[in-house]
Design a protein around this ligand. Structure first.
Ligand code: SF4
Ligand code: SF4
Length: 372
């Protein structure tokens, strides 16, 4: 795990404090969407389909900071839309950093290099760059050629100026595990601090509905992707969440862990589903029927969902709040992840002799981890 020690300490003390206070539902990551418009139009995006009058709107810095104060989560993720298109994004970030929030500004990087002078390097600020795979796959996912090269140049520029940089990658049906493993090596060589991975969620509004992963497909894919992951790969995610993605540790969704605030207010119940809005965080926590969500609830829209925003807070709570989660984390950190894979089958698949499941179809997608 490549999360800074100070962030880990902040999160651990926050979770333990909630546990000691007997509070079971608490926010960990505020998903702050200060606008919905974007300078790309990815086929798997569920955020840019609003009418023009909504896409034109920006949340004011005052509203953003008030939301952060109301919610109190130690981490703030800023997805969108493309946050760097917000005319006051620097004020929003500065206000959050001043509050000692760990900020992950999610960006497709088209405007990142030009925007760097507006920000100051800080342990509280990381740019989380949307990178959905190697050049060919990424440009296909974002539906525009040349975006991968721009993002690589921006990552180098940000690192050269001393900024923290992470990547976030969404995987869809058709992702090639071997090519993705090469991509992880490329990202680490670029000097990113850590990577985030997540399966895509099947947004009803996304134009491409054909390549979202079912739960079994997700665990198969991530087992192949993360099998015997070399130590040089740093993930900005908990070991338990990565184990969950491989079907090796069970987690139930805790949607209140990543509450979403945007131009409509607080979104019920999570970043992915939209079942109405309330105007205060207190109302969100008190008026949402939380039991209706998550796989065990039987809600059909939650059955295949294994995405970061619903399950990473569960992984953090399990790591710092349960003996089982803590011991599993310690085991994985010390000895690596256990493997469930049929090794000969993987070797053949890797050698291209038999196609592993889900390989060979085109893919398209967008981001959805701490970010989009
Ligand atoms: S399982 Fe997924 S879709 Fe369902 S509430 Fe959790 S995050 Fe939202
Ligand atoms: S996924 Fe992100 S980069 Fe792509 S269109 Fe949506 S907001 Fe823009």
């Amino acid at each position: 795990m490549s999360v800074p020690i100070s962030q880990m300490w902040t999160v651990a003390s926050y979770v333990l404090g909630k546990k000691l206070a007997g509070i079971n539902r608490y926010p960990l990551v505020l998903m702050l969407e200060p606008l919905f418009r974007c300078n790309l139009a990815c086929a798997g995006c569920g955020k840019i389909q609003f009418p023009a009058e909504i896409l034109r709107q920006n949340l004011s810095p005052e509203k953003c900071l008030h939301a952060a104060d109301e919610c109190g989560a130690p981490i703030v993720s800023i997805p969108g839309g493309e946050p760097l298109m917000h005319p006051q994004i620097d004020e929003i970030v500065a206000g959050l950093v001043q509050r000692k929030k760990y900020v992950y500004l999610c960006t497709n990087a088209l405007k990142l290099e030009a925007a760097l002078p507006k920000f100051k390097p800080s342990k509280y600020l990381a740019f989380s760059v949307h990178m959905d795979g190697p050049k060919e796959e990424h440009d296909q996912a974002v539906c525009r050629e040349g975006v991968y090269d721009i993002a690589v140049a921006a990552i180098k520029a940000a690192r050269a100026k001393g900024f923290r940089v992470t990547t976030n990658s969404t995987l869809f049906d058709g992702a090639n595990p071997e090519r993705m493993r090469g991509f992880f090596d490329d990202m680490m060589r670029l000097g990113v601090e850590g990577m985030m991975v997540s399966p895509g969620y099947s947004y009803e509004k996304a134009p491409d509905q054909n390549h979202f992963l079912k739960r079994q497909q997700t665990t198969n894919l991530f087992q192949r992707l993360l099998n015997r992951a070399p130590r040089r790969w740093q993930f900005n995610q908990t070991p338990l969440f990565l184990e969950f993605l491989q079907g090796k540790f069970d987690l139930e969704c805790t949607p209140w862990g990543s509450p979403t605030y945007n131009v409509f207010g607080w979104q019920k119940p999570c970043y992915l589903l939209n079942e109405g809005y309330v105007q205060t965080f207190k109302e969100l926590m008190e008026l949402t029927a939380w039991d209706k969500y998550g796989q065990k609830s039987g809600n059909s829209r939650c059955q295949d969902c294994m995405v970061h925003c619903g399950h990473e807070p569960s992984a953090v709570a399990a790591t710092f709040g349960t003996l089982k989660g803590f011991l599993h984390t310690a085991k994985v950190s010390l000895f690596g992840s256990s493997t469930n894979l049929d090794q000969p089958a993987l070797a053949l698949a890797s050698a291209g002799k038999v196609p592993p499941p889900h390989v060979g179809k085109s893919r398209s997608g967008s981001l959805l981890k701490i970010g989009k």
